[in-house]
Design a protein around this ligand. Structure first.
Ligand code: AHG
Ligand code: MN
Ligand code: MN
Length: 330
């Protein structure tokens, strides 16, 4: 019996025809991107709008995917991490809104560790709505294997690319196990007390540190082995580093479909209404009960005065994140 391919799987799951075409089209860009790795190993010498240094591969992957989407007829808007503005496309249909991190983890290109492409798919061409409204999300991870993980709100499924660039099923209906992996981004000296305490608890509970610098690869490990990944609010950077539209939402959508959760530490990330494509967000993603423990810890633990001042001064209020109510421990 031949293994089920991506197209068959989408058909078997009653995927809407336009969405199916779109997901297949996106999957076809994976072999093209993979094939240009060897000759695009350098920095491009430019910065994107987030102030990150762009790698040649960031730009090439961006161009490959955007060009394909422009031809698709199913896409009305594209927001890419590597573009300063939203791209609007005239389409005969209503068209989807696409968010794109063409190459996530690009600082690892030159050391040959796993990097990936992260994509969110929104209805009505509107990418500036809550992540929970997405119709699908997916990522492609370029590692020893090139794999594709997708959800159309039908569970989470993993496919592997063969030598012809075709994707066949590897694992169906993935659910996140309990697990004991943790990842914590940002410099330790910049971590706030509450985050540090939470990490200390995880370590004392027997959790093992695994952090590569590629969110998509680090998340994939959490998806398969269980645990919790974090890139927290930092003393000098209230919203951390990860981007709501390009990284947090699509990964969170997959995490939830696998039985996990994604949170700022205080609320569900998928409930946030974006203000702009540049929004960043403190991020915790992993097992449901670990996220629950985290949120309880963030609400209950006493914080120091300096921490409090930072929270009061900064824009946490103005970017939809609830200011937590801290109970003082007398
Ligand atoms: P990108 O390569 O798309 O700019 O994303 C990098 C992100 C994310 O993949 C990763 O978790 C994080 O930045 C790594 O940041 P640090 O270098 O601060 O660990
Ligand atoms: Mn990224
Ligand atoms: Mn990127």
């Amino acid at each position: 019996m031949t293994a089920i391919n991506l197209e068959q799987h989408l058909t078997d799951n009653n995927c809407d025809e336009q969405l199916k075409d779109l997901i297949i089209l996106l999957s076809r860009q994976a072999p093209k991107i993979k094939s240009v790795f060897a000759h695009n190993q350098d920095s491009a010498g430019t910065l994107n709008t987030h102030g990150d240094e762009q790698a040649e591969l960031d730009k090439v992957a961006d161009e490959i995917i955007i060009n394909a989407l422009r031809e698709s007829n199913h896409v009305k808007t594209i927001a890419s991490e590597e573009q300063s503005d939203i791209i609007e496309i005239i389409t005969p249909y209503e068209g989807y809104g696409i968010t794109l991190d063409p190459l996530d983890g690009s600082s690892l290109i030159s050391v040959n560790l796993s990097v990936g492409t992260i994509i969110g798919i929104y209805p009505n061409g509107n990418i500036l709505q809550e992540g929970k409204n997405m119709v699908a999300s997916m990522y492609i991870l370029y590692g020893p294997l090139t794999i594709l993980v997708y959800t159309i709100k039908n569970g989470v499924h993993e496919f592997v690319m063969d030598e012809n660039g075709e994707f066949t099923i590897l694992r169906e209906n993935i659910t996140m196990p309990q697990g004991n992996i943790y990842s914590s981004g940002g410099l330790k000296k910049d971590h706030k007390e509450k985050h540090s305490k939470f990490i200390e608890k995880l370590e004392n509970d027997g959790h093992k540190l695994r952090y590569s610098g590629s969110f998509v690869a680090d998340f994939h490990q959490i998806l398969r082995y269980g645990g919790i990944f974090s890139y927290p609010s930092l003393k000098n950077n209230e919203n951390g580093k990860l981007r709501l539209l390009f990284e947090a939402n699509p990964i969170g959508f997959i995490a939830k479909q696998a039985g996990g959760e994604i949170s700022t530490g205080f609320k569900d990330i998928l409930d946030i209404i974006p203000k702009s494509i540049e929004d960043k967000v403190p991020l915790y993603v992993g097992n449901k009960n670990k996220i629950k423990n985290l949120e309880e810890h963030m609400k209950k633990e006493k914080i120091d005065e300096k921490d409090k001042e930072i929270i009061e001064e900064n824009h946490i209020n103005s970017t939809n994140y609830e200011v937590p109510i801290y109970e003082s421990k007398q």
